[in-house]
Design a protein around this ligand. Structure first.
Ligand code: AMP
Length: 603
């Protein structure tokens, strides 16, 4: 990538988006050509293309793969064989994604210029937002960012989470001052490997600078809410630090202490009192706008599995702050941006940027739930692939990418739907991750089905003035027939508002409401599920296991210690695959409820 492009700012950035989206076909073809020029001599491509650099040869012969297809090469590179097994450039690090393969985090090759591409995309976000909300250069962002401790491969290549890679890179650390990206968190605090200390200091900085904060956020909604929950548990200590002007002794990291010394110059009892009054006033509904009164919006990914956090975000912001979901990216490559950042979360679409990687698409069935193959190992004929410029409005596709760093026709695992066009570039709605399914018999429930069913069922909780904080699921086949288990963590709201009809005391008991939630989920699952359940009897009644408060944070800690994820990237798995994770939740179940009757099923 042309180094100059890093500098695209403001109007230049917007012009570049226009240029790229007006001729996506040309940009894509020349990008693929360039990848083949640079990488045609690699062992991987040679076996299929015999050294050819021809785009049409590539399209004819290079197979569509999953991680299994590239893993043998990744393993050899990790063990010390050259980068040229898969790429013409030097692999500088392995990016560990939040996905796992055989219980281990997936490793994605990354080359130096990938950082340029990621930076390029980041640099588009504020110019896009500025078109709709100018003035954000007049204050700060309290944006929670975290790194995760890195490891190395046997041959010494760093293994990092993608955001850790970016925050540690000169692109981030040595960036020129940008008034649109003036963060309350000092860089050295962001770079602290200890998530607790980093979070504490970032919230402390955000609170001290509360009158300057114009926007709030984190990469994913889950990480932002983790920050709010941390604040709920630690505001008294944070206020104590502000009052006394001295940092809690639990913060031992030298970089954190030094950088916080600049932000916490002396005692500020008045500020501590203000914050105590707000935090100690009872309900936390709308707390974000009280703590950060000038904040205009919350920036976080709220699409896909993150959509379930929207009610919590709205609770804490009192429905006053817009949620901005700025981009779509992964460890394999960054993909695209949301050009209409202040739209409602359900309307978010991403315009894929044709200079990020080579995009292809596997066409899926009519409603997207009908996957071409939910079986990872099933071969996808290359003729089934569609280019970026040939996708059709309304159709569902699975994303396949080819990168400079050595992934060729790699199935990312995301299901997208074409929702419109910007200039000539298609815009996609994120639907779900492929293969996040519950299956007992012929039924195949994907993440989206599950999410829709839970969303419908959780409305019943309103009568108990309770909200669903988090959920995950598990196909319990330990008894016959197997059944779906949903783990729910719930939280009581404020005192019930008796004038609100939705919140009037329910005539049903708590237990009855939970049983009704079970059947409501079943009623919203698809035809095959209901047939298996009510006719074939091959699936037993769905069960909700209510877990103790804080269990999903424990699950996150568990995943972070075990897997390759960091707080930034962590996404609650909608379906548990690890038996240890199931055990962790099972040993903290407060009560369990089963569906009281069969779901409707009409042949
Ligand atoms: P990772 O491999 O850990 O970097 O995670 C990348 C995955 O996160 C993507 O493939 C998507 O499944 C998900 N993801 C990233 N951005 C978004 C977004 N804006 N909306 C929904 N899901 C997203």
């Amino acid at each position: 990538m042309d180094g100059k492009k890093l500098e695209y700012k403001g109007d230049e950035a917007l012009k570049e988006i226009e240029r790229l989206t007006q001729q996506p076909g040309l940009v894509q073809e020349s990008l693929l050509k360039d990848i083949l020029i640079k990488n045609h001599g690699t062992e991987y491509l040679e076996q299929y293309m015999g050294g050819s650099m021809d785009v049409s040869d590539f399209k004819k012969v290079v197979p569509v793969i999953t991680y299994k297809g590239i893993y043998p090469y990744i393993r050899r590179i990790a063990n010390g064989e050259g980068s040229n097994l898969i790429t013409g450039q030097k692999i500088t690090e392995m990016i560990c994604s939040s996905g796992t393969s055989a219980g281990e985090p997936k490793l994605m090759p990354s080359i130096a210029e990938d950082l340029d591409r990621r930076t390029f995309l980041y640099n588009l976000i504020m110019p896009i937002i500025n078109q709709y909300l100018p003035g954000l250069d007049q204050g700060k962002a309290m944006y929670l960012c975290f790194v995760k401790a890195e490891t190395t491969t046997p041959c010494g290549l760093p293994v990092r989470a993608v955001l850790t890679s970016y925050y540690k890179s000169p692109h981030f650390r040595l960036r020129p001052h940008d008034p649109f990206n003036d963060h309350t968190s000092p860089d050295r605090v962001i770079l602290c490997n200890d998530g607790y200390q980093s979070m504490y200091c970032q919230l402390l900085s955000g609170l001290i600078q509360r009158q300057h904060v114009l926007r709030l956020g984190a990469v994913f909604a889950s990480a932002f809410l983790r920050g709010v929950s941390f604040l709920e548990s630690n505001w008294t200590t944070l206020c104590h630090d502000i009052e006394s002007g001295s940092l809690n002794e639990g913060i031992t990291d030298a970089d954190c202490r030094e950088s916080m010394a600049e932000i916490l110059p002396g005692p500020n009892p008045a500020l501590a009192r203000e914050i105590r009054e707000i935090c100690g006033a009872g309900s936390w509904r709308g707390i974000l706008c009280k703590l950060w009164p000038r904040a205009k919006y919350i920036e976080a990914v709220v699409t896909g599995s993150m959509a379930q956090y929207i009610p919590s975000l709205e609770y804490y912001n009192g429905g006053k702050l817009k949620l901005v979901c700025p981009m779509y990216a992964s460890s394999e490559s960054y993909f695209g941006v949301n050009l209409n950042p202040f739209c409602d979360p359900e309307d978010v679409v991403f315009t894929l940027l044709p200079n990020m990687c080579y995009f292809e698409f596997i066409k899926l069935g009519e409603n997207g739930t009908l996957m071409l193959d939910s079986d990872e190992d099933k071969e996808v004929p290359v003729q089934k692939l569609v280019d970026l410029v040939h996708v059709k409005l309304g159709c569902f596709y699975e994303l396949v990418v080819t990168t400079y760093a050595g992934l060729y026709r790699y199935r990312v695992g995301d299901v997208l739907q074409v929702a419109g066009f910007h200039n000539k570039s298609p815009q996609f709605r994120f639907i779900c991750r492929r293969n996040v399914v519950l299956s007992i018999d012929n039924d195949k429930t994907n993440e989206d089905d599950l999410h829709r069913s839970v969303t419908a069922a959780k409305k019943l909780l309103e009568s108990l003035d309770t909200m669903l904080v988090e959920y995950t699921s598990y196909a319990d086949t330990s008894s016959v027939p197997g059944h779906y288990v949903l783990y729910w963590e719930m939280k009581r709201g404020g005192p019930p508002d008796k004038t609100d009809p939705a919140r009037r005391d329910s005539p049903l008991s708590y237990d009855d409401v939970l049983r009704e939630c079970c059947i409501a989920i079943e009623e919203h699952l698809d035809y095959t599920y209901r047939r298996c359940r009510a006719f074939d009897r091959s699936i037993g009644p769905l069960e909700i296991r209510v877990v103790k408060a804080g269990m999903f944070e424990k699950l996150m800690d568990f995943a972070i210690t075990r897997g390759g994820s960091s707080i930034n990237q962590y996404k609650t798995p909608r379906c548990l695959k690890s038996t240890e994770a199931v055990k962790l939740l099972d040993s903290n179940v407060e009560a369990s409820f089963f569906s009281p009757r069969d779901p409707t099923w009409i042949p």
